[in-house]
Write a protein that binds this ligand. Structure first.
Ligand code: GLN
Length: 549
């Protein structure tokens, strides 16, 4: 039987519950336990697929095609495992299930209520991943902040489960904030006391407090928190601000968060943590030998979470190359033919990000042209690949009116068109081409050189595709379709063999990059960016050039 760890949050949002949960999971995994994490989100959307990235950050897509919260990305990146639809549940999904059951007559004669019907469905889903013996430990992160109206049924479900399960089968970890008041030069514990009180009023008493803090928690302060919040002093954990999220598992290990959890869960046999690969990665991350600057062209740049997986993939790929990757945001709406050289001139590589809708598209096309004509390493992801196709059509094939029917439904040259199966779909939630699909690579391509094998499998989230009616024209002019779906012929990868590094992918490679397995396109793109800076240095410094000769 699996054991359950529940992670709640208090005082404010954005304390990094996902990172704490993922770090704890990493440590338990490193000690030889089979662990997975799930997130329960208290909003009414059935999934975050219909949310604007400005509201909620990136929508993370799993292998099985679930559109999920970005915390699942952290779970996969830390644990190097796949998550699935079952790992992210929202209030909307819970209600949808209960209401469907009610319509089917499952509760005939009964008044359907939050308690017990909604809470029963929450509990069923909380326990679900632990049913088939696949895992020793299920960590459940409860989204939102304790005290929110929305999260009440989830906390109530935790209360009931704690009552139902044997004492040693569950533990509650509460993440909280200990603010530092500059004027008083003091760390303040009152907000934490209040949030623990609130949680207790809802019937759940935390076993462990993880305290986010800017300053070290001295023993007397830990004692005070322990006393007032009624937890053991050893269970007051300091979570100091860390230079990177990847340091957090080691910080939590120093604080013995994993040991304290296992003690409460009565797990007495475990190994010394095996974190060799993790530590190697951290060393490379901390002591880079070179640096490149990558431009990320997108339109949701005000909120970094909108491109979370891309940014993390660069962290992984940078460490692999022992290279510091500085990502600079370039707002596509402000790029024009006149300022493009000035805006992109300092870059060593260009990424055009995924996206939807018309805004900012022309700037992206101008940026792709600059990369193509100046041998600047280029990497287009999903919409970014589609932009590269449109740019090539307009400026190389001379199809001036080339466009995607997403932006111009009446385009005379629809080089990017709506997928056939999408044409009859009207509902917006969960209806894109989602999840993992196979892609076959051409042997003599950059893509094959990068991956080293074929077929590959990557994850998707799109409605439009390369229009194969134009394929011959493109290939004759030097753009190669180097990856295709074997059953439908859908173009998954385009590249320019006469360019040092120019690749566009219809899928989202960033969703599969992990600390232990950095995504190969990102790794090779950084390699190409390094080569580009070296070439730039040679051109600028003739002495260096002659030395090289
Ligand atoms: N809007 C484009 C499509 O739906 C690209 C999607 C994306 O970048 N994720 O095909």
């Amino acid at each position: 039987m699996a054991k359950y760890i529940f992670v709640t949050g208090g005082v404010t949002s954005s304390l990094g519950k996902g990172i704490i949960a993922a770090s704890l999971a990493k440590l338990l995994q490193a000690r030889g336990l089979k662990v997975t994490i799930q997130k329960f989100d208290p909003y009414i959307n059935v999934d975050p697929g219909t949310l604007n990235p400005y509201e909620h950050g990136e929508c993370y897509v799993t292998e099985d095609g679930a559109e999920t919260d970005l915390d699942l990305g952290h779970y996969e990146r830390f644990l190097n495992i796949f998550t699935s639809q079952a790992n992210n549940v929202t209030t909307g999904r819970i209600y949808q299930t209960v209401i469907n059951k009610e319509r089917e007559g499952a509760y005939l004669g009964k008044t359907v209520q939050v308690v017990p019907h909604i809470t029963d469905e929450i509990k069923r889903r909380m326990l679900q991943l632990g049913q088939d013996g696949q895992y020793d430990i299920i960590i459940t992160e409860i989204g939102g902040t304790v005290g929110d109206i929305e999260s009440l049924p989830f906390v109530e479900a935790v209360r009931q489960l704690q009552w139902e399960l044997p004492e040693e089968d569950s533990v509650v970890v509460h993440l909280t904030l200990i603010p530092y008041l500059k004027a008083a030069k003091e760390l303040k514990t009152k907000p934490t006391q209040h949030s623990v009180k609130m949680l207790s009023q809802e019937g759940v008493h935390p076993d462990i407090l993880v305290c986010r803090t800017e300053k070290p928690l001295m023993p007397e302060l830990r004692r005070k928190i322990a006393l007032f919040c009624n937890v053991k002093q050893e269970a007051v954990i300091e979570a100091a601000d860390a230079p990177t999220i990847y340091e957090v598992p080691l910080a939590m290990m120093r604080e013995k968060l994993d040991i304290i959890c296992m003690k409460k869960l009565n797990i007495s046999t475990y190994n010394e943590p095996e974190l060799t690969k993790w530590k190697e990665f951290l060393d490379k991350l901390k002591y880079p030998k070179s640096k490149v600057t990558i431009g990320l062209i997108g339109k949701y740049l005000e909120l970094q979470d909108a491109y979370k997986s891309i940014l993390e993939s660069f962290v992984h790929a940078g460490a692999m190359n022992e290279c510091q990757v500085q990502v600079v945001n370039v707002h596509s709406e402000f790029i024009t033919g006149d300022n493009v050289a000035e805006k992109l001139g300092g870059l060593d590589g260009l990424v055009v990000a995924p996206g939807f809708g018309h805004r900012g598209v022309e700037g992206k096309i101008v940026a792709v042209r600059y990369a193509r004509e100046n041998n600047l390493p280029f990497f287009g992801i999903c919409l970014g690949m589609q932009m590269a196709v449109i740019e090539f059509a307009r400026n190389v094939l001379g199809l001036k009116e080339a466009h995607s029917t997403e932006m111009d439904p009446d385009s005379k040259e629809p080089v990017i068109d709506l997928m056939e199966e999408q044409k009859k779909i009207t509902a917006k939630g969960g209806t894109m081409r989602l999840g993992a699909y196979t892609c076959e690579l051409k042997k003599d391509s950059l893509a094959y050189k990068i991956y080293g094998y074929s077929p590959i499998s990557e994850r998707h989230r799109h409605r439009w595709e390369f229009n194969n009616k134009y394929l011959e024209m493109f290939e004759n002019a030097g753009m190669m379709a180097s990856g295709k779906n074997p059953s439908t012929g859908l173009v998954e990868i385009i590249e320019l063999p006469n360019h040092p590094f120019f690749i566009g992918v219809q899928y989202h490679p960033e969703l599969k990059s992990t600390v232990e397995n950095p995504q190969p396109i990102f790794v090779h793109f950084i390699k190409a960016a390094k080569a580009y800076t070296e070439r730039k240095a040679e051109v600028k410094n003739p002495l260096l050039q002659s030395e090289m000769i």
